[in-house]
Design a protein around this ligand. Structure first.
Ligand code: SF4
Length: 741
């Protein structure tokens, strides 16, 4: 089988798997995650000091991870001084061996557990069963999955993919109760009674820990059902399993996390139970058979701190941030792709969602991360939702880069069609064994667009020729149901030069309109409209020959290429900034490069200078109007409605309102949607394997705008997606306010 056929088959298999999940689990996952997400927006809006709490939480985590070896020794002393035991386990086998020995020493037949992703990570249930102990999950979601023999699909709500009907069917078939279980009340009552018996029979109780205070040895457990307390109180021996990253220096440090974790995850101001245990406890032990109590001295406590790759993550400049994660699930619930397929597609061996890429790469290896890394589109909607300010898309980009370089499973297709991109990939990534043809094509879009424009209309005829789409799907993995961009022979720059360059002289303000590849070669009319609008407001406009920002390669995980393009852009922009010109960017993803991503790619001073002087088009127009520019020459609405979808990265940068404000001031009635993403996300929706997911995500937006007569969108990919969903051309909003030619 050729490499190319191999890739096409892998894509088909992935598409089939996604289709299956969309039809079986999608509805429940969507309903639950979107409910959590809406709850989170409401719950954090009530916090007047939300940003301060996030800063505090971040600072505590940075300090804790920096001092981790010291904190491990400190917690060892504090727990052992109370008569407990601390074991630092190197890996899953080591942790399981220790826990098995504890269970064997106790002669325990039965172990009850509360919810713990870390114990999922080490698969302790299997290890204990092999040793002859019965293990029962007492968290309702985990119990459902134990009965169903399925893996969690969400880090906080593990059975999120199951509906009430699914669970009723499962319990009735498995337990065959006298009366069929039908309602949520029936199911929870049954599970509570069933598990109460298991808890009473158990010899050992296992918990995780959301946080562990090194100074006191206190475990903080944040739960909805109180089962962690029962698990600990009812058994004589308590084993807590926690990743080493759960350590916080002081007990007081837990405070900001308690404020943030429930709000960020499920949208609750506080979860039903916040339990602080400083074990071994001094409550008497319970003898259920004799209905009596025993001495508190009989209580035993073991804290198993798990390394399993975490100390190596701590030494890894790019993955270290993952260790700040408190597993709240905000990044899962706010992710449009996750909302539609859940963790059974967007997840690895243990963890799910965008941050799972970091966790899986760190604890299970790049192979596991590589299975789902591409589900992160880099839309950045999760970034502002993370209570510890982790740059989750960047972690995904870094892991993608490592996969491209062949450090993980081979993603490259060893294709005989490599000649198609020869000479396009401009740096060492060309030789990377993991960089497939599909990524090389999308990562080189600016070059392809330049060639497509130079050879238009032939390039467009070739793309539309019979069989061309099928070939592009088979060879490049570009879904044949997508319309391909139509290149314009006269680029925006050509037009600007042909008309004689700047039309306004002696202006107070001079700007550079960034000729991003879409505006320059495809969506030329929006570029012309931007120029006419700026000039009408008295601005001197220039459109120099600037290189691409590096957005395309960065989106494919080609960091070196993006970095070298960023350096070229910085060199080219330098003299223009020196001359006092501002930079106006029409394509929001390119603006995000200049405003945010360059901070990762360029020296701080250079990145800050570019970021400070770069503006989104409507942001700039808003500033001009606020400063007295005369809008009389612009086109105005007469109360007509515009349904407006802002680009994801534009919203993350807090820029959506400039467009709604300007359109509103000019007489349009603007409505927006609460869909986190249109589903296209750059090249994502073009890819064969993700087309159906992309359209499913887009359906939310289509439905919200179903009765809108006119829709507009800021990003090229948003316009393409909305055009496909609405079966009409959806333009950039500048087209509604620009003066006529
Ligand atoms: S990365 Fe941030 S938002 Fe995502 S689970 Fe971790 S703490 Fe929560």
């Amino acid at each position: 089988m050729t490499g190319r056929t191999d890739s096409a088959q892998r894509r088909e298999e992935k598409a089939a798997r996604i289709r299956h999940l969309l039809s079986t689990e999608g509805e429940s996952v969507e309903r639950n995650t979107q409910g959590f997400n809406r709850g989170r927006y409401d719950a954090v809006a009530d916090l007047s000091d939300y940003e301060e709490l996030k800063d505090q939480a971040r600072a505590v985590k940075e300090d804790a991870i920096a001092r981790l070896p010291e904190l491990i020794e400190e917690v060892r002393e504090s727990v052992e001084s109370r008569g407990g035991h601390v074991y630092l386990a190197d890996d899953a086998d080591d942790a399981n061996r220790y826990i098995r020995e504890v269970v064997e020493d106790e002669d325990a037949d039965s172990v009850v557990k509360s919810k713990s992703m870390t114990s999922e990570e080490i698969e302790v249930n299997d290890a204990l069963r092999e040793a002859g102990a019965e293990v029962w999950e007492t968290d309702l979601g985990e119990f459902v999955l134990q009965v169903a023999d399925e893996a969690p699909s969400h880090i906080v709500a593990p059975a999120i993919h199951k509906s009430e009907d699914d669970i009723a069917e499962l319990f009735n078939a498995h337990f065959d109760p006298e009366e069929p279980l039908e309602t949520a009340d029936d199911l929870t009552r049954f599970a509570r009674e069933y598990l109460a018996e298991r808890i009473a029979e158990a010899d050992v109780g296992m918990t995780g820990a959301n946080f562990v205070a090194a100074d006191t040895g206190t475990l903080a457990l944040v739960t909805s059902e109180g089962n962690a307390r029962k698990t600990v109180a009812a058994t004589d021996t308590h084993v807590a399993v926690a990743g080493v990253e759960k350590l916080l220096p002081r007990f007081e440090d837990v405070a900001p996390f308690v404020e943030l974790i429930g709000r960020s995850g499920t949208g609750q101001a506080i979860t039903s139970y916040v339990t602080f245990l400083t074990p071994p406890g001094d409550a008497p032990t319970l003898d259920w058979d004799a209905d009596a109590t025993g001495p508190a001295d009989d209580r035993e406590f073991h804290l198993v701190l798990l390394d399993n790759g975490r100390m190596a993550m701590r030494d890894d400049d790019q993955l270290r941030e993952t260790l700040y994660c408190i597993r709240c699930s905000a990044c899962l619930n706010s992710c449009a792709n996750f909302q539609h397929v859940g963790g059974h597609a967007f997840g690895g061996e243990t963890y799910s969602g965008g941050i799972a890429t970091g966790w899986e790469a760190g604890v299970h290896g790049l192979d596991s991360a590589g299975e789902f890394n591409d589900f992160c589109t880099g839309c950045t909607r999760c970034v502002n939702q993370c209570p510890v300010k982790i740059d989750i898309p960047w972690i995904n980009t870094v892991v993608r880069d490592r996969l491209n370089r062949g450090e993980g499973p081979a993603g490259g297709d060893g294709s005989s069609f490599d000649f198609l991109v020869d000479g396009l990939t401009p740096d060492e990534e060309t030789d990377s064994s993991g960089l497939g043809l599909q990524k090389r094509v999308f990562g080189n879009f600016p070059t392809l667009a330049r060639l497509g424009s130079a050879t238009a209309p032939v390039s467009n005829w070739v793309a539309r020729a019979p069989g061309a789409r099928a070939l592009a799907e088979r060879v490049l993995g570009v879904d044949s149901r997508r319309d391909l961009p139509e290149f314009r022979r006269e680029s925006l720059r050509d037009w600007f030069t042909a008309r004689g360059g700047p039309a306004v002289g002696d202006a107070d303000r001079e700007v550079v309109v960034y000729p991003d590849p879409y505006t320059n070669y495809v969506e030329v009319e929006r570029g012309k409209a931007a120029v006419r609008t700026l000039e009408e407001l008295g601005v001197e406009v220039r459109i120099p020959d600037l290189p691409a920002t590096g957005r395309a390669p960065l989106s494919q995980g080609m960091i070196s290429t993006a970095e070298s393009q960023a350096e070229t852009v910085a060199d080219a922009l330098g003299p223009m900034l020196d001359a006092g010109r501002d930079v106006v960017v029409i394509e929001p993803s390119d603006l995000a490069m200049l405003r945010a991503d360059y901070r990762k790619l360029l020296p701080d001073e250079t990145a800050s200078r570019i970021a400070d002087r770069s503006y989104e088009l409507f942001e700039y127009l808003y500033g001009l109007l606020e400063n007295g520019a005369d809008a009389d020459g612009l086109r105005a609405g007469d109360g007509e409605e515009l349904a407006y979808h802002a680009h994801c990265q534009q919203r993350t940068l807090g820029l959506e309102e400039y467009t709604t404000e300007v359109l509103g001031e000019l007489g349009y009635e603007v409505r927006t949607s609460d869909a986190e993403c249109c589903g296209m996300a750059g090249s994502f929706g073009y890819k064969r394997e993700y087309y159906e997911l992309s359209m499913d995500v887009g359906a939310d937006l289509r439905n919200q705008f179903a009765d809108a007569e006119r829709a507009v969108a800021s990003g090229t990919s948003c316009c393409e997606q909305l055009s496909a969903l609405r079966d009409e051309t959806v333009p950039h909003p500048i087209r509604y306010i620009a003066p006529d030619e």
